[in-house]
Write a protein that binds this ligand. Structure first.
Ligand SMILES: *[C@@H]1O[C@H](CO)[C@@H](O)[C@H](O)[C@H]1NC(C)=O
Length: 212
């Protein structure tokens, strides 16, 4: 026979109250402090150049349509490893994955905006500007995948929009791309390299290998 605890005149929920009240008091206090902080502190400005935010920069427009615009800048020539025809299927897979795992809300459409920079510095720079102009208003740049084209795009990215625009690439092997990027003064402030290697790492690897 299962022994039941003696029925208490106070319900278990009410009995636990004194201890809970302390927790609640703390929780409410924290909320008040955070709330006051939000109201009274000036908003943090992450940008390197204060600009007026354009209406088109919003992911969700006032009419309720939401769209994430991803600017892809890389060569169309397949003799370059990371070229548009080779990368596009990977991006489609990535989108499938994002949808399946619901990483971004289902109501947000994804628009891919591709540009062929032919691995040229000047073309890549102009395409980054086209991709972030009032007509396109991209939210993030993928590429460029050639280091020479990547450099100018990653340099200007911190001055595009009020908050800069993130530049994500698997390239960026040369030494300068490995420098710190914490502050606006850092040349490649908005650059995010997803690749594992760089020339510097490879050089250290070779030196270590030869030493052994
Ligand atoms: C692609 O690049 C290769 C090597 O640089 C070049 O020989 C070829 O003409 C290019 N193809 C096109 C269509 O530009």
């Amino acid at each position: 026979m299962v022994r039941r605890p003696a029925a208490s005149p106070v319900s278990p929920v009410l009995q636990r109250r004194p201890k809970d009240a302390g927790t609640w008091f703390l929780f409410v206090n924290v909320l008040i402090v955070v709330g006051l902080g939000i109201v009274m502190l000036p908003p943090v400005d992450a940008g390197c150049r204060p600009l007026v935010r354009k209406e088109c920069e919003k992911i969700c427009r006032t009419n309720g349509n939401c769209e994430l615009r991803i600017v892809v800048i890389m060569p169309a020539n397949t003799s370059v490893e990371a070229s548009l025809p080779r990368v596009r299927p990977v991006l489609e897979k990535a989108e499938e994955h994002i949808r399946r795992r619901a990483i971004i809300p289902a109501k947000v459409a994804i628009r891919w905006i591709s540009y062929d920079d032919r691995c040229e510095q000047a073309r890549a720079t102009v395409m980054a500007m086209d991709g972030t102009g009032s007509e396109t208003c991209g939210h993030v740049i993928l590429g460029p995948t050639c280091d020479f084209a990547l450099a100018p795009v990653a340099r200007i990215a911190r001055y595009i929009y009020n908050d800069g625009i993130p530049v994500l690439t698997g390239a960026g092997y040369t030494f300068d791309f490995e420098e710190p990027k914490t502050f606006c003064e850092n040349e490649f402030h908005m650059l995010i390299r997803t690749g594992l290697v760089s020339f510097k790492r490879m050089a250290y690897f070779m030196i270590d290998l030869i030493r052994q």
